[in-house]
Design a protein around this ligand. Structure first.
Ligand code: NAP
Length: 284
């Protein structure tokens, strides 16, 4: 199997590294080409200056920020990939984007899987991501060996779009957990509690969670290196709000988080980790 990977950011850099570790990766692409060149030169791979560089790939992975980035790349790939090849999108985008990408590629005999991931940069580094897949089961089988390079779990959720629908649910939980942890730790600070005792105590009881474990200590030190950027969670919440409105769900967590992350982005913290939410909680 010959693979390509597009989008060497906080997540994609590590994921592509795992594919290279398995000897599967041939070519990498990235908006800033210098990043792809550096990655490729270090590992003896090719860096893609255009979609044409992926023409001989059986599978191409995407991990890019926005819906438009996915559709742009899919547009380019649809003109160069061979029928029977598969594009796997690990970005978090809307169900509509996933279905549009799938249709566009299907017209050229190319498969598409929406396969967003959860587990954060730590999950990407450790190869322990949860991958939620929408699309045809036979397309998943073509890509499964590659996905296993960085997955702790691969779940086929259903037809095209089902992976992104699952990720939308995931992001509501992420947003709510962020709200609770940031508010709780801001309270702990104001009450003068010792973080070296507070964090392990919380992590040993019913309040334990991934975000507290991975971001608790750093947010108390006001270190907000991503991680997961505020701008990306804001983008996810906008997608999720539309879905919640369409089906009719009380969206209190989504609305509060949208307002908070929009404010953080406005204040210039779009590239900061989502744990920067604690700065709003500290204001009282
Ligand atoms: P990131 O750190 O901002 O990296 C994005 C990468 O994609 C950058 O290297 C960027 O290039 C490249 N890129 C942007 N537009 C592109 C385009 N049109 N064509 C090719 N490359 C392009 O983002 P990330 O945190 O890795 O997240 C990527 C996706 O995964 C997002 O949809 C995000 O919501 C999702 N996600 C993130 C996490 C997380 O914890 N970070 C977890 C799960 C899912 P430049 O070098 O030019 O910036």
């Amino acid at each position: 199997m010959k693979l390509g990977f597009i989008g060497l950011g906080a997540m994609g850099h590590s994921m592509a590294g795992h594919l290279h570790g398995k000897g599967l990766l041939a070519v990498v692409g990235n908006r800033t080409l210098a990043k792809a060149r550096a990655f490729a030169e270090e590992r003896g791979l090719r860096a893609a200056a255009s979609a044409a560089a992926f023409a001989d790939c059986d599978v191409v992975m995407l991990c890019v920020p926005m819906d438009a980035d996915v559709l742009d790349n899919v547009g380019g790939l649809s003109t160069v990939l061979m029928p029977g090849s598969v594009v796997v999108d690990h970005s978090t985008v809307s169900v509509d984007t996933a279905r549009a990408a799938c249709e566009r590629l299907a017209a050229h005999g190319i498969g598409f899987l929406d396969a967003p991931v959860s587990g954060g940069v730590e999950g990407a580094k450790n190869g322990k991501l949860s991958v939620m897949v929408g699309g045809a089961a036979d397309e998943l089988e073509k890509a499964r060996t590659a996905l296993e390079a960085y997955a702790a779990r691969i779940t086929h959720m259903g037809a095209s779009g089902a992976g992104q629908a699952t990720k939308a649910v995931n992001q509501v939980l992420v947003a709510g957990i962020n709200q609770a942890v940031c508010e709780g730790l801001a309270l702990g600070e104001k009450l003068g509690l010792d973080p070296d005792k507070l964090l392990p105590t919380l992590m040993s009881g019913a309040a334990a969670n991934w975000f507290l474990d991975k971001r608790g200590a750093t947010m108390l030190r006001s270190e907000f290196t991503p991680g997961f950027k505020c701008a990306h969670l804001l983008k996810d919440l906008r997608i999720v709000r539309e879905m919640a409105r369409a089906v009719g769900v009380n969206a209190t967590v989504i609305e509060q988080s949208l307002s908070d992350y929009a404010e953080l982005v406005e204040r210039g913290l779009g590239d900061a980790d989502t744990s920067a939410l604690i700065t709003l909680k500290r204001r009282g």
